[in-house]
Design a protein around this ligand. Structure first.
Ligand SMILES: *Cc1c(COP(=O)(O)O)cnc(C)c1O
Length: 352
């Protein structure tokens, strides 16, 4: 039986995508070849890469606005250092909203001065700092739109005249926004877009070429732009499955439709967390993430009972991250509303 998968990442993808992706392993485009055995330079794969790049820009409303989309390797973690390598000449400002932001800061410090403009570390990152100012003497400002581990999400982004860089690994393609206010967006595919192995980088070309250091070819955005993400062998299969997911998003009505369903799922779960006296939410209400809901039992002695209930109901991946404890329900685009209802039913059964 197919499980209700609340895993944080790698995570659920649309069932249709799994089906089509599995066909391509045996015979890709009726070519008599598996997608796993064709050259990344073949016409069939070049068209996959082209469509994936252009569809990513189209869905974000960034076509013909000076942006390039790249599919790179090394995960979002490699972007922590590539961003600084390519953009940090003297000083950068970072907002620290969790584990991933902290890791991005650590890497950036290898390349220049980093000013942490605000942090929510004082409360184990259960909120998004709001009143801070961004200095003028910086090369860029970096933030994390959705904090996968702590279950918080930035609802507003600060205005700055400097390049705005954002790690959107866990909420890209999940909500409508004016994406043109960002100069660089990156996202590991495995949270809301595809399998592990590729990272989407959306970059406004005019922010490049401003640092004086020499950048190794593989670390340079300009290299990857000039070679259309094919400087070296790309993660062929991961890019293909990401393309299938992007096509699925478009066919379902684009980001707007994703957001509508994501809000329904989030409302359903958070209202139960707030209503049910056995549970309490972790993140500050106004900063709650529709993607990753973190919550806990008020009385931990019910843990064994609750765990039995949801596991028996076919739910997977509800355990919280070790740095928060409790539970985390990751409700990415492909998760159905019915799956959330199953968890809510378990919470109500426990109450009874
Ligand atoms: C998972 C995650 C990362 C790390 O991604 P990798 O691809 O494993 O390097 C970075 N940032 C955020 C917000 C994440 O959720």
């Amino acid at each position: 039986m197919k499980k209700h998968n609340f895993s944080a990442g790698p995570c659920i993808l649309p069932q249709e995508v799994f089906q089509e992706a599995s066909k391509a392993i045996l015979d890709f485009n009726n070519s008599g070849l598996s997608i796993l055995e064709i050259s990344h330079r073949s016409a069939d794969f070049v068209s996959v890469m082209d469509e994936a790049q252009s569809l990513a820009l189209e869905l974000l409303g960034l076509k013909d606005k000076g942006y390039k989309a790249l599919f790179l390797q090394g995960g979002a973690s490699t972007q922590f250092l590539m961003v600084a390598y390519n953009l940090l000449e003297k000083k950068a400002a970072y907002l620290n909203t969790g584990t991933w932001s902290s890791k991005a800061i650590k890497e950036a410090k290898l390349f220049g001065e980093v000013e942490e403009v605000a942090t929510s570390k004082d409360k184990n990152f259960n909120y998004i700092p709001k009143s801070y100012s961004i200095p003028e003497d910086i090369d860029y400002f970096h933030c994390t739109s959705n904090n996968t581990i702590f279950g918080t999400q930035m609802k507003e982004f600060p205005a700055t005249s400097k390049p705005l860089v954002c790690d959107m690994s866990s909420d890209i393609f999940s909500r409508e926004m004016d994406f043109s206010k960002f100069d660089l967006i990156y996202a590991g595919a495995q949270k809301n877009m595809g399998p592990a192995g590729t990272t989407l980088v959306i970059i406004k070309e005019d922010i490049l070429g401003k640092v004086s250091r020499e950048i190794p070819s593989m670390m340079s955005y300009s290299t990857h732009i000039s070679k259309d993400s094919m400087f070296n062998t790309p993660a062929v299969y991961a890019v293909y499955v990401s393309l299938l997911t992007l096509r699925w998003i478009k066919a379902k009505g684009g980001i707007r439709a994703m957001e509508e369903l994501n809000n329904k799922k989030a409302d359903l779960l958070y209202s139960e967390i707030d209503r049910n006296p056995l549970f309490e939410g972790f993140a500050a209400k106004e900063d709650r993430s529709p993607m990753n809901a973190t919550f806990n039992l008020v009385d931990d002695s019910y843990r064994e009972k609750f765990d039995k209930l949801w596991k028996y109901a076919g739910v997977n991946g509800l355990n919280g991250h070790r740095s928060v404890g409790g539970y985390r329900a990751s409700m990415y685009n492909a998760l159905a509303l019915e799956s959330v209802q199953v968890v809510v039913d378990c919470m109500q059964k426990l109450e009874k």
